[in-house]
Design a protein around this ligand. Structure first.
Ligand SMILES: C[S@@+](CC[C@H](N)C(=O)[O-])C[C@H]1O[C@@H](n2cnc3c(N)ncnc32)[C@H](O)[C@@H]1O
Length: 271
């Protein structure tokens, strides 16, 4: 987990978020639009674009009850709630991220649609058959016990429910550039190959609907996307709570380009 820890207390992270919002001219006294926060609160490869694509692939509807595991600051959950209209439960192990997420839920007026829960993906605090969709972006890389993780996801999904995810998978060579955004050193990084992930999901009872390797799309998108204006980039970004962001992001990009890691996404059905 070392790569993900924000090193800030709940109060510090709230203060840092408020300062970053004001620095780019967003007024926390007025209701904020979720999309205006995307550079800060979509803490995964591909940002808002990747979330938008995953919503379409998983065919999420207003009446779906969604669980976002490892929700971070809950940017994807707010995007789901505001664009689709569904209710989202967020499960997050870090108390500072939970505090930051609750603040942003309030500032966007979405706290009636999103509920934060502090806890572990390996022991989900929900009854069986609770959700239509379990959503997870860039979280599995920190979870070694994938059998237990998939068993928990399967347990809380209703029959026919969808597990929609994206995460990094192991490539053909060992990861050699550290720190990465999810891992300070190799001991923190729990990657399996795409084939291994698919086999584990199959053994856990899931049925494949979609399973894509989007590494090339991501490498191309990173190469062609124009960066936001320098001031906004520096002040409203993951750097508000991730140390050494440029170095970690650079290492992830290089690892993807060289095939040490792969970016996969999928939608699997619970039977
Ligand atoms: C890279 S961030 C992704 C946040 C969010 N999914 C997003 O895309 O914006 C990974 C998050 O997963 C959380 N996390 C990692 N392992 C977890 C676990 N076992 N249980 C619950 N949350 C976990 C971390 O605290 C962190 O907030």
């Amino acid at each position: 987990m070392a790569g993900l820890e924000s090193h800030y207390s709940a109060r510090d992270i709230e203060a840092r978020i408020l300062a970053a919002l004001r620095a780019v001219g967003l007024n926390p006294e007025q209701r904020l639009l979720p999309e205006a926060l995307a550079a800060l609160d979509h803490f995964h490869t591909g940002g808002l674009r990747a979330s938008r694509e995953l919503i379409k692939l998983a065919k999420i509807q207003a009446e779906d009850r969604v669980l976002d595991i490892g929700a971070g600051l809950a940017g994807p959950a707010r995007f789901l709630a505001s664009t689709i209209g569904c209710r989202v439960d967020c499960l997050e192990m870090s108390p500072d991220f939970c505090a930051g997420a609750a603040l942003l839920n309030r500032l966007t007026g979405l706290d009636d649609k999103i509920q934060m829960h502090r806890g572990s993906a390996l022991n989900l605090p929900f009854p069986d058959d609770s959700f239509d969709v379990v959503w997870m972006q860039n979280v599995g890389m920190n979870i070694a016990d994938k059998r237990k993780l998939y068993a928990e996801i399967y347990r809380v999904l209703k029959p026919g429910g969808r597990y929609a995810f994206q995460e990094m998978a192991a490539g053909k060579m060992a990861t050699s550039y550290f720190p990465l955004p999810w891992a300070t050193d190799p001991a923190d990084s729990c990657l399996v190959s795409a084939e291994g992930m698919r086999a584990l999901l199959d053994e856990s009872g899931f049925m494949l609907e979609i399973f894509d390797d989007t590494s090339d799309v991501q490498v191309t998108a990173a190469a062609v996307s124009s960066p936001p204006p320098a001031a906004a980039k520096a002040q409203l970004s993951l750097g508000v709570y991730v140390d050494n962001l440029a170095q970690k992001a650079g290492n992830a990009k290089r690892s993807l380009e060289e095939g040490q890691i792969r970016l996969v996404r999928g939608v699997f059905l619970a039977k």
